[in-house]
Design a protein around this ligand. Structure first.
Ligand code: VAH
Length: 319
């Protein structure tokens, strides 16, 4: 990767991936794009352009004029929000993504697509979910993820396009709050722990989902995109995860640092049903063997860092 165009640069992943890429490849070599103007490091720390990924002509002109050799396509609508307006979710998540894929083909740019554990469904083996298995998701978000996984593999076979993807688990970060996701509880719990010493979870006890701290997600994107293509048996998209926990276990980890922390529940039927349709834990063997995936954060190390970072963001002294 030398000239990188990032879409959806204002989202939970984008606000951290863009600075991370600029620090590795040079600020001038990473063009951040979003539908709205962005302030801060993403909008002001290097090249930025407004872009609606569904506008193919504008997208192609931007990619050509920037000389993009890689397109990291993050623009999308998350799982729970997608259920409130499936047509709009499809428009961004499939029409937008197929436009991005076509622009990559026209430019001969490598293409990164963020798939998700949402690409699996209730009939998928839920424990140690294989890399290659049944994918019958029950959300419009998941259907879109499977569609793009298949399309990215097709573009690689048919046109020789260098497409690569990751099935992200729930991502936990402190820079930007996620919006409209099912795993968002695992981010909000840290903010409420610092602010209130308690959290009311919309996901029920005993509901396990794969999760990962954002630093490991950023490293995985670059590791995959820089991997030797001759070693890739799979491409779209690799299972990756660092941990699997339920609300009780993340609360237990928080109590190691905030002993009085209280967790209670007000389960959201929609997001609970989505969470129950996803795997409990993934098999990440393919990612390890084909490009050396090796996350560094486990639950307690993530908790310690998240609580410290959130305290700092809230203007509180270290605990
Ligand atoms: C969501 N955070 O909850 C996203 C992600 C695996 C979950 O796809 O929709």
């Amino acid at each position: 990767m030398k000239r990188i165009l990032v879409t959806g640069a204002g989202g939970q992943i984008g606000v951290e991936l863009v600075p991370y890429l600029r620090s590795r490849y040079g600020a001038e070599n990473v063009l951040a794009t979003a539908r709205k103007p962005l302030s801060g490091p993403v909008g002001e720390g290097g090249p930025f352009a407004l872009l609606d990924v569904r506008d193919g002509n504008a997208f192609a002109a931007l990619a050509q004029s920037f000389g993009a050799d890689s397109i990291l396509h993050l623009a999308g609508v998350l799982s729970a929000k997608g259920e409130s307006d499936p047509r709009a979710s499809w428009d961004i998540n499939v029409v937008g993504s197929t436009t991005a894929l076509e622009v990559a083909r026209e430019c001969g740019a490598a293409f990164f697509f963020p798939s998700s554990i949402a690409a699996f469904g209730p009939s998928t083996p839920s424990k140690n979910t294989p890399q290659d298995t049944i994918q019958r998701p029950t959300t419009i978000y998941g259907v879109a993820k499977v569609t793009l996984e298949l399309l990215c593999d097709y573009y690689h076979r048919k046109f020789g396009l260098d497409t690569r993807g990751l099935r992200f688990p729930g991502l936990i970060s402190y820079e930007a709050l996620p919006g409209g996701g099912t795993t968002d509880y695992a981010v909000h719990i840290y903010y409420d722990a610092v602010r209130k010493g308690r959290y009311t979870s919309f996901i029920a006890a005993g509901t396990y989902m794969d999760m990962m701290y954002m630093p490991d997600a950023l490293a995985a994107v670059v590791q995959l995109m820089e991997a030797d293509p001759s070693k890739l048996v799979h491409r779209n998209a690799f299972n990756i995860s660092a941990m699997s926990f339920d609300p009780e276990e993340i609360a237990g980890s928080i109590r190691k640092f905030l002993p009085g922390f209280i967790l209670d529940y007000n389960v959201d039927p929609l997001r609970q049903s989505i969470a129950e349709s996803w795997p409990d834990s993934l098999d990440c063997t393919a990612a390890r063997e084909e490009w050396g995936f090796a996350p560094e954060y486990d639950l307690d190390r993530m908790t310690e860092d998240m609580l410290a970072r959130v305290r700092e963001k809230e203007g509180l002294p270290p605990a």
